[in-house]
Design a protein. Structure first.
Length: 141
C-alpha cells in the first residue's frame, strides 16, 4: 500500500509544479504572465487563449446595433450597408435608407452566412456582419 501512495504523490508533484510558474508570474508584468501561462497550459496539454487587439472596424458610422428592417433609417443603417458592402460586395449606396435593395442584400448575406433569412438585421445578423466585414479576405459571397 505504501508504494501505491508514493506513486500517486509522484504523479501529483509534476502537475502542481507545472502550473506554479503561471501563478508566480501573475504578480509580474502582464506580458510575462501571458507567456508563462501559455507555457504552463502547454505543459498540461490545455488550449491557450491569449487576448490580442483586433483590427480597427472597417465601417465607422456608429457603434449602435439596433434592430433594422425595411423603412429604418440613420447611421445604424449606414453601418449595416457598409458591412454588407465589405462582407459580400453588395454595392450598396451607404445612404442610411433601409429600402428594398438593402433588404435584398441582407437576405443574400443571411443565406451566405447560413443564418435565419428574414431580411432584418437583428443581433445574430449584426454579429455575423461585423465579423465577416472585418475579416481578412472579404468579400465572401
Amino acid at each position: 500500500m505504501r508504494r501505491v501512495l508514493t506513486a500517486v504523490a509522484a504523479l501529483a508533484l509534476p502537475i502542481s509544479l507545472a502550473a506554479a510558474p503561471a501563478v508566480a508570474a501573475s504578480h509580474g508584468n502582464s506580458a510575462t504572465a501571458a507567456v508563462t501561462s501559455a507555457q504552463a497550459a502547454h505543459t498540461l496539454n490545455r488550449p491557450t487563449t491569449l487576448v490580442t487587439q483586433g483590427p480597427d472596424d472597417v465601417c465607422n458610422y456608429t457603434d449602435s446595433r439596433p434592430n433594422l428592417r425595411l423603412g429604418s433609417s440613420g447611421a445604424a443603417v449606414q453601418q449595416a450597408q457598409c458591412y454588407l458592402n465589405q462582407a459580400i460586395g453588395a454595392g450598396l449606396d451607404e445612404d442610411g435608407d433601409f429600402g428594398r435593395v438593402t433588404q435584398s442584400a441582407t437576405q443574400r448575406f443571411q443565406r451566405c452566412a447560413d443564418i435565419v433569412v428574414d431580411g432584418r438585421i437583428g443581433a445574430q445578423t449584426w454579429s455575423f456582419l461585423s465579423f465577416w466585414a472585418n475579416a481578412p479576405g472579404t468579400p465572401f459571397c
